[in-house]
Design a protein around this ligand. Structure first.
Ligand code: HEM
Length: 259
């Protein structure tokens, strides 16, 4: 018998990234809106909207500390639909964080992080951080007082991470202080690195939904709910909890003895 991929078309669609876009049948129950609340789909729409409006913003925005703020004012006051496009970009970014977080909660509470969806949960966590970093890097780009001081405060907090803090802060700021290097670093991350990472990770995320046979089905009545079992296990394991609560402050005190 030859390769199963050639003999079973449905399997081949599930194991090939390109072929998986072919339509397939799914269990009727998974089409119920209240199973997923359409949150994954909403995230896709918002990401597309962000990419489109972001590309339009690039026609006017200038990523230098002398011109960034002025270019935002030009966009707002002089460019046709400029304010409108900026607002769509701004609100889509904020709503995306909320929607992705709700999607994460939906996935968690339906127990969709078990095998065979384990890897997709990890991809999802990656996507969540990419969305958060995209918002964080985008915040500085207008280079106004609000952006400058918000990023100053956030990056100052990073310095308090035991062990890694100072180095990490310097890396994020591109030097000791916030300045031109920070702006160009954030700009490169915001318009290239993070969107490319999102664009690469998202197809794998969708492919794995397909590979797992579609969305997770509701458990039969009477089946114990997994998150509650997990919390119970954690509570039965006081040594782990005690270890964390007892020893983490020690690391902290050793790192900042004067505090
Ligand atoms: C840009 C961010 C994201 C996009 C665009 C996205 C998109 C999607 C879509 C369209 C689906 C199928 C339909 C649905 O469940 O609504 C899905 C399912 C899934 N997502 Fe996401 N997602 C994102 C972030 C996340 C995050 C943060 C997690 C969790 C950490 C996650 C974990 C999963 C899992 C495990 C499934 C399969 C659920 C199941 O089989 O029931 N995703 N995602």
């Amino acid at each position: 018998m030859g390769d199963y991929r050639e003999t079973v078309p449905e399997r081949s669609a599930a194991t090939n990234l390109i072929l998986h876009v072919h339509p397939r049948t799914v269990p009727e129950q998974t089409l119920k809106f209240t199973l997923s609340w359409g949150l994954g789909g909403m995230s896709v729409v918002l990401v597309c909207l962000l990419a489109l409006t972001g590309l339009l913003l690039l026609f006017v925005y200038e990523p230098s500390i002398d011109h960034a703020y002025a270019s935002i004012l030009t966009l707002r006051d002089e460019v046709m639909f400029g304010r409108w496009i900026r607002n769509i970009h701004h609100w889509s970014a904020n709503i995306l964080v909320i929607v992705v977080f709700l999607h994460l909660l939906r996935v968690f509470f339906t127990g969709a992080f078990h095998a065979p969806r384990r890897l997709n949960w990890i991809f999802g966590v990656g996507l969540f951080f990419l969305v958060l970093f995209s918002n964080f890097t985008g915040y500085l780009l207008p280079w106004d007082q609000l952006a400058y001081w918000a990023i100053t405060i956030c990056t100052s907090m990073v310095a308090y991470i035991p062990g890694l803090g100072d180095g990490l802060q310097k890396m994020i700021r591109g030097g000791a202080e916030i300045g031109p290097a920070t702006l160009s670093g954030f700009f490169a991350l915001h318009i290239a690195m993070l969107p490319i990472a999102l664009a690469l990770l998202m197809p794998f995320h969708f492919w794995h939904v397909r590979k797992a046979g579609g969305l997770v089905l509701p458990a039969a009545p009477g089946t114990p709910i997994y998150p509650l079992r997990k919390i119970r296990t954690l509570c039965r394991n006081p040594i782990c909890l005690f270890g964390f609560i007892r020893f983490y402050p020690c690391v902290w005190v050793r790192r900042f003895p004067e505090r």
